[in-house]
Design a binder for this molecule. Sequence first.
Ligand SMILES: [Zn+2]
Length: 70
Amino acid sequence: MEICVLCVKQSKKVSTGKPHDDLIEIDQPRFFTGAAPRGFKEQDYLCLTCNSKFSHSTNKNDVAWTLWRG
Ligand SMILES: [Zn+2]
C-alpha cells in the first residue's frame, strides 16, 4: 500500500514532532521505567488515510517515529 505524503513527512520528524492530523492513537502507551535518567514512553499510531502504523518513542536512543509497513 502507498503511504501518504503526511506519513512520509512524519517518518522524518524528530521526537518532539506532533503526529499529523490523520494519525490516531491505538492501544495504550507503553511506559518503560528504570532507563536513565527518566525512562521513556512508546505509543502506537495508525494513519486513517493510508493505514500506516507508527510507533513513537521518547527514548533518545531510538528513532523517534518508526514506520511499520502493513
Ligand atoms: Zn498516512
